[in-house]
Design a binder for this molecule. Structure first.
Ligand SMILES: Cc1cc2nc3c(=O)[nH]c(=O)nc-3n(C[C@H](O)[C@H](O)[C@H](O)COP(=O)(O)OP(=O)(O)OC[C@H]3O[C@@H](n4cnc5c(N)ncnc54)[C@H](O)[C@@H]3O)c2cc1C
Length: 429
């Protein structure tokens, strides 16, 4: 038995059998075998989630040997790919056909299926989370059947399954609605949080992508704006990338270690701020969105209705002050357009996302639990892949189609072969 861990190393588990199939037929055989043995299977993409979604002590599948594009429909701008394809590879291969995704998150190490299945999102009030780009999927259900579904033939099923945590089956292929490749001008600069908050409403509307990183110890913000441009690309040079790696990751990691040992958060936060200046570059979108994140951290992220933005932010600020929580890690604030995907945290509401982080060795629980109370009071919905402690009792009322989803899930997987013990608590039959 092998020890498996996720990216943040907060999950440890020992699957009995690990599979790296090369075809859908192989996956069908694995499912039939597990059905006979009455054993469950879980799948991972890149293990970049914090919640117990991928844990398994029975079967465990990854699709690292099924990668890349399968076909491109230039006229409809639809790209079909193996669902385990990592976003980085997908971005480059689609770019070879002058196509790209309209929006992405801030790293590109995830797999397509993993990112889509948890509602992974970027920022931009007029742009939806990535799963909204799904046109169709191939899904291997709990009986081992391959279902080919798409938005035209099966709109209800697709709204149910596009964000479904791998709980109803394994996605082997995915077709995505793409857009013509475009360049982004990325600008970032530090600002006092009071001013950043005052400017936020305007910036949300005036920029294609707008986000803020709020540093609670020194009450300052790193503002990031990204807008489409036809200007020449001026990508970050290798030297610049290297210095970013040192400053944003290695030095930042060193400062975190120092801060958590010495408790001199205020002084070290002031030092961090001194390293942050005005930065700007232009690159093709699939290269501009992702940043390097080598420092491991814990994260909780909640979706709230966008009109709660200021009220919730001020409550978080007061909560941190009152409890004297200290971490150098910022709170990331992003904006996403609402959608119709039943289990999407942005279901039927334009949203603001607050992401709370700590360095891995810090005690995140008291901090996350206090802030979570604020989110819960305001009908917050947690990011499926990030730490939270809500159970079905709290989650079901947040999702009007929860019971409809459970019914579909049961029909697709009557023996619960795709459920681990955590998912059984979320979707008991
Ligand atoms: C450094 C870092 C940065 C991040 N940045 C962002 C961000 O900017 N925005 C954001 O929204 N999130 C972000 N996340 C969260 C991340 O995008 C999600 O947790 C995502 O699900 C991880 O993708 P993965 O491929 O690693 O999937 P995993 O974590 O491996 O799996 C996620 C879920 O998908 C299921 N799954 C995987 N493969 C399949 C398949 N083939 N068929 C069906 N189900 C499958 C798994 O079983 C699991 O339930 C970040 C995470 C990290 C660690």
């Amino acid at each position: 038995m092998f020890l498996m861990k996720n990216w943040a190393k907060n999950l440890n588990f020992y699957p009995q059998n690990i599979y790296a199939p090369k075809s859908e037929q192989e996956i069908q055989e694995i499912v039939h075998h597990h059905l006979q043995e009455k054993k469950s299977i879980r799948m991972r993409g890149s293990a970049h989630s914090w919640t117990e979604l991928i844990s398994s002590d029975e079967g465990f599948i990854h699709l690292d040997d099924m990668q890349g594009l399968i076909s491109v429909d230039q006229e409809k701008k639809i790209v079909k790919a193996h669902a385990g394809t990592k976003l980085k590879r997908f971005g480059e291969e689609a770019f070879n056909h002058k196509l790209t995704l309209p929006n992405q998150g801030d790293v590109n190490h995830q797999s397509l299926a993993g990112a889509l299945s948890t509602g992974t999102h970027g920022t931009g009030v007029n742009l939806q989370s990535m799963a909204n780009q799904i046109h169709g999927i191939n899904l291997i259900n709990g009986m081992g059947d391959i279902l080919s579904l798409d938005q035209t033939k099966d709109p209800e099923l697709m709204n149910a399954l596009s964000v479904s945590l791998g709980s109803a089956g394994l996605i082997t292929q995915v077709s995505l609605k793409m857009t013509e490749a475009y360049k982004l001008k990325v600008e970032s600069f530090p600002e006092d949080m009071t001013l950043a908050l005052k400017e936020a409403k305007k910036r949300i509307q005036q920029n294609r992508h707008f986000e803020m990183f709020y540093f609670p110890v020194g009450q300052w913000s790193l503002v990031k704006l990204m807008n489409q441009t036809h200007e020449e690309a001026s990508p970050r040079s290798r030297l610049k990338k290297m210095s970013e790696m040192v400053l944003d990751n290695w030095l930042f990691e060193g400062m975190n270690i120092l801060a958590s040992k010495s408790k001199k958060y205020v002084e070290i936060d002031q030092l961090v701020r001194r390293f942050v200046g005005h930065d700007s570059f232009i690159d093709w979108s699939h290269r501009a969105f992702p940043t390097d994140r080598t420092v491991r951290f814990m994260e909780m992220e909640y979706n709230l209705p966008i009109d709660k933005f200021e009220e919730v932010f001020l409550e978080i600020q007061r909560c941190i002050e009152k409890n004297k929580f200290q971490t150098l890690f910022p709170i990331e604030i992003r904006f996403v357009k609402g959608d119709e995907l039943w289990l999407s945290p942005a279901y039927q509401r334009d949203s603001v996302y607050f992401a709370i982080h700590t360095y891995t060795s810090e005690n995140y629980r008291p901090y996350f639990e206090e802030i979570q109370k604020i989110f819960v009071r305001h009908a917050g919905r947690p990011h499926w892949g990030k730490w939270h402690s809500l159970t079905e009792k709290e989650l079901a009322p947040l999702y009007p189609r929860w019971d409809d989803f459970k019914k579909i899930r049961r029909e697709l997987d009557p023996d619960g072969i795709w459920l681990n013990s955590y998912l059984k608590t979320l979707f008991p039959s």
